[in-house]
Design a protein around this ligand. Structure first.
Ligand SMILES: [Zn+2]
Ligand SMILES: [Zn+2]
Length: 154
């Protein structure tokens, strides 16, 4: 009987290692990768891992509340290993999703109960969009280069 138990726990243990690596890598980064992006990162540590394994593990991790799936409207799913409550902002140029340093109002606050008193608020989802610092400097550089060119042509 013990033997059988050992046999059946073998794939489980491997799953746990994969899960652990996925979780570790996700906690190291702050750009909220898609499953494909995470696959490229995890593959550096577990060479023979497959994309479907990443998907499966992310689903399990999400269900157990260790990973937070993020979906911006019409977007592929992204994943967050940082579980504290926070808002996200998406760059309209490169599509990167960053954390926002903005306080989340308490969902039981007077502000919400007063604005729709007939509802008991249970969840909320707010999406922010902008242009990330990288894309802003890139844009500035392009504008400068264009201006230089125009000056030169004068
Ligand atoms: Zn950007
Ligand atoms: Zn986040």
């Amino acid at each position: 009987m013990n033997k059988d138990k050992n046999l059946s726990s073998e794939p489980k243990r491997r799953m746990t290692k994969q899960k652990q690596v996925i979780l570790e890598e996700l906690k190291k980064i702050y750009f909220h990768p898609s499953a494909e992006e995470l696959y490229k990162i995890v593959k550096k540590r577990i060479d023979n891992i497959s994309l479907s394994t990443i998907y499966r593990n992310l689903e399990v991790l999400s269900q157990s509340g260790l990973v937070k799936p993020i979906t911006f409207s019409n977007d592929e799913g992204r994943f967050d290993g940082h579980m504290h409550e926070h808002y996200h902002i998406k760059c309209m140029v490169c599509g990167k999703i960053d954390d926002m340093a903005l306080m989340i109002p308490d969902k039981h606050s007077e502000f919400f109960t007063k604005s729709s008193p007939l509802y008991k608020l249970t969840a909320m989802k707010i999406e922010f969009y902008g242009i990330c610092p990288d894309c802003q400097t890139l844009k500035n550089r392009l504008v400068k280069r264009r201006r230089k060119k125009v000056d030169h042509e004068k």
